[in-house]
Every structure is written in C-alpha cells, then in structure tokens.
Design a protein around this ligand. Structure first.
Ligand SMILES: [Mg+2]
Length: 132
C-alpha cells in the first residue's frame, strides 16, 4: 500500500481576512493589511498551522483568499514567515482541491466538501516526539 499514507494525508486550507488576520472592527476588510487597516495576528491559529506543518511536512497547506493569490502570498509571508505554504485564490476553481477529509478554516461559510472550522474552533498541537 505504498503511497497511501501520503495520498490520504489531510490538506489544510486557511483563509486570510477575519481568520489569520483579525481586524478591530467587525465586517469585511478585503485586502485590509496592505491598506493599513488596524489588525492583529490570530496567534493561536498561527501556532496551530505551524504545528500542523511540523507534523505534516509534505501536506499541502494553503493560505487562500477571495482577494486573490497575490494577497494570500502577502498574508502568508507576514503571518507564517519562513513556512512552506501555498498561496491560492479562494474561488470555485480552487474549491476542487478540497477533499472531504481535509481541514478548512474560515470566518465565512464556503461551499467546499469538507467541514469548515471557525477561526477559533480548529486547534492543533504537535505530536509528542517519538523516541530519538
Ligand atoms: Mg475571511
């Protein structure tokens, strides 16, 4: 069954505005970071993403945004510096990347075939080290 483990590994899709990046005011803040909107990083979520990457170095981890792949790259670089994540547009054509067993974190409901966790709902802790 060579390769099954990787094929079945979970992918992680994380939204930008309202999810990785939190704003002082409610409501939509499309592309808010480069526009200078006051914001904060969602540290618990960022810590969980980093832990997930540590444990699943070959899994696809995508930071995606309805604002486009370039904006997602900006957010990935400031929120997850040095981490190997893909930056994607979040749109119908990329929803097909999501499988039913994947993890999706978003502050808005989106039409993907997996559970969509709220930004404060999904947490991941690093597995304990296995021996040496
Ligand atoms: Mg959002």
């Amino acid at each position: 069954m060579k390769g099954v483990g990787r094929a079945m590994s979970k992918r992680l899709f994380v939204d930008c505005d309202g999810t990785l990046i939190l704003y002082d005011r409610d409501g939509a803040h499309p592309g808010g970071v480069p526009k200078g909107e006051p914001h904060a990083y969602n540290r618990p979520l960022i810590d969980s993403v980093r832990a997930f990457i540590h444990d699943h170095p070959y899994a696809l981890v995508a930071v995606w945004s309805g604002g486009g792949a370039s904006y997602a790259r900006v957010i990935a670089d400031v929120a997850l510096p040095g981490m190997n994540v893909a930056a994607l547009v979040k749109a119908e054509e990329t929803f097909d990347l999501v499988r039913s067993w994947d993890i999706v974190v978003d502050d808005q409901p989106i039409a993907v075939p997996a559970r969509v966790f709220r930004p404060d709902e999904w947490t991941y802790e690093r597995r304990a080290a296995q021996g040496g």
